[in-house]
Design a protein around this ligand. Structure first.
Ligand code: CO
Length: 169
């Protein structure tokens, strides 16, 4: 197992479009393991493969709930509804947070680590994390979409509306 270096904003790989995963083999399982370890090591709730320089359509999310590590291979948003503004952070944009308006509910079609196809409808923090991570696969960072930068003092005042502190992805 190994923890990988997380690329930071300014690195051109974060702006590239990732390629579909085609092989559901042992190597994929090892990449997922490394991504999990890297995400946990950085106290994140999500990580996309391009954040560690791997240009593959692969994301991991862990909301520290009973579900544990969630793996989404070749994820696509096939339905989006509503609108909600929430504070986001990103492991590739250290020290900053911003308010981003996105759809409130999304349905995602994805493959699991064995290649089986699934669909998942999500709301709340999971819907937000999925959209944030899938953006990474297309070279998009939350700072491209944010309504305004959120500073720490402001966030304390708006604490009730803010996401949990460990929400970097
Ligand atoms: Co991110």
């Amino acid at each position: 197992m190994s923890r990988k270096k997380i690329l930071h904003i300014g690195d051109p790989l974060l702006r590239a479009v990732s390629h579909p995963v085609k092989k559901f083999d042992l190597r994929l399982a090892m990449i997922v393991r490394d991504m999990g370890e890297t995400m946990y090591g950085a106290d994140g709730i999500g990580l996309a493969a391009p954040q560690i320089g791997l240009m593959r359509r692969l994301i991991v999310i862990d909301l520290y709930d009973e579900e544990g590590l969630r793996v989404f291979v070749n994820p696509d948003i096939i339905k989006a509804e509503g609108e909600v503004s929430l504070t986001e952070g990103c492991l590739s944009v250290p020290g900053r947070r911003g308010c981003v308006t996105r759809p409130e509910l999304v349905t995602v079609r994805y493959q699991d680590i064995k290649g089986n196809v699934h669909e998942l409808s999500a709301e709340g923090l999971l819907a937000r994390a999925l959209q944030h991570e899938i953006d990474h696969l297309n070279g998009v960072l939350y700072v491209d979409l944010m309504d305004y930068e959120v500073f720490e003092e402001e966030e304390e005042e708006e604490e009730e509306e803010a996401l949990p502190q460990a929400s970097e992805a």
